[in-house]
Design a protein around this ligand. Structure first.
Ligand SMILES: C[S@@+](CC[C@H](N)C(=O)[O-])C[C@H]1O[C@@H](n2cnc3c(N)ncnc32)[C@H](O)[C@@H]1O
Length: 259
């Protein structure tokens, strides 16, 4: 399964609206907090590689903390949007954009010995997960931090049952390894943290931490409430408190593994 870069570029408006929505903001806020916690005093400035980094949702936050971020993506409009964001935020010196396939990195990036490598929301678009993770780990320096994020398959049936109130469809979703994204008009492969953790360990990763992103948000069906600033602030505090707390991460919409 491979998705043409144009599928991502043509969905730019919908993608940016999603990022600005409360559930989009939560995704970036919780991921940023998890990275900051894991980096601890190793605070920087660090050299970070953001694979399939899109329009720089993670990069802009990390550059805002003073880190140097290289965003790799194969979709030109996504990268152009990342550059525009960097320029609007006065962060052009800290963000470098490279247009290339994240699964076939050029030597100057693969040999880059980065302090941190992000592989966020790429796995759902590739077939060879161990191969892609191995390629993603190659640019990481020894002892660096790796962060991988993907849609959590365990959330699929729950989402259908709770949001669509369709138990028959939820039953069908229980064992479905694929879903569809309307936004990018493509198939999505669904994974679980339980499947990815042993792959990471097999590739030499140590000290793997499993976090959930949006453990509660997607199961609150009244989306309009989430636009209320006070409600959003409470929800973000709840999500941050629950991100690494069992059992909530197991059914969160996304998993983030840091190692
Ligand atoms: C859903 S967006 C996620 C962007 C970003 N990582 C985030 O989470 O905000 C998926 C991105 O992956 C990029 N992408 C998918 N497959 C890719 C590949 N093989 N090489 C480079 N970029 C890829 C797409 O162009 C798109 O920008």
């Amino acid at each position: 399964m491979s998705v043409a870069p144009e599928k991502f570029d043509t969905a730019m408006t919908a993608w940016q609206e999603w990022q600005d929505a409360p559930w989009g903001r939560l995704r970036y806020a919780v991921a940023e907090a998890n990275l900051a916690r894991r980096l601890g005093d190793d605070g920087g400035p660090l050299r970070i590689l953001d694979l399939a980094g899109g329009d720089g949702g993670d990069a802009i936050r990390l550059a805002g903390r003073g880190h140097h971020v290289t965003v790799v993506d194969y979709a030109p409009a996504m990268l152009a949007a990342a550059s525009e964001r960097a320029s609007a935020a006065g962060l052009t010196e800290l963000i470098t954009c490279v247009q290339t396939d994240a699964t076939a990195l050029p030597a100057e990036i693969a040999d880059g010995a980065f302090d941190v490598v992000l592989c966020h929301n790429l796995l759902q678009y590739v077939d060879d997960v161990p191969g892609v993770l191995a390629a993603a780990l190659a640019p990481l320096r020894h002892g660096g931090l790796f962060s991988v994020m993907a849609i959590n398959r365990h959330s699929a049936a729950l989402n259908v049952a709770v949001r669509d109130m369709d138990p028959a469809a939820a039953l069908g979703a229980l064992d479905a390894a694929q879903a569809r994204t309307r936004m990018f008009d493509s198939a999505l492969r669904l994974h679980t943290a339980e499947e990815i953790v042993p792959v990471l360990r097999g590739l030499g990763c140590r000290d793997v931490e499993h976090c959930g992103i949006r453990s509660f948000c997607d199961y609150i069906t009244d989306d309009s409430r989430k636009y209320d600033p006070a409600f959003y602030a409470d929800l973000e505090r709840l999500e941050l408190a629950a991100t690494a707390r069992p059992p909530y991460m197991h059914t969160a919409r996304l998993f983030q593994l840091t190692a």
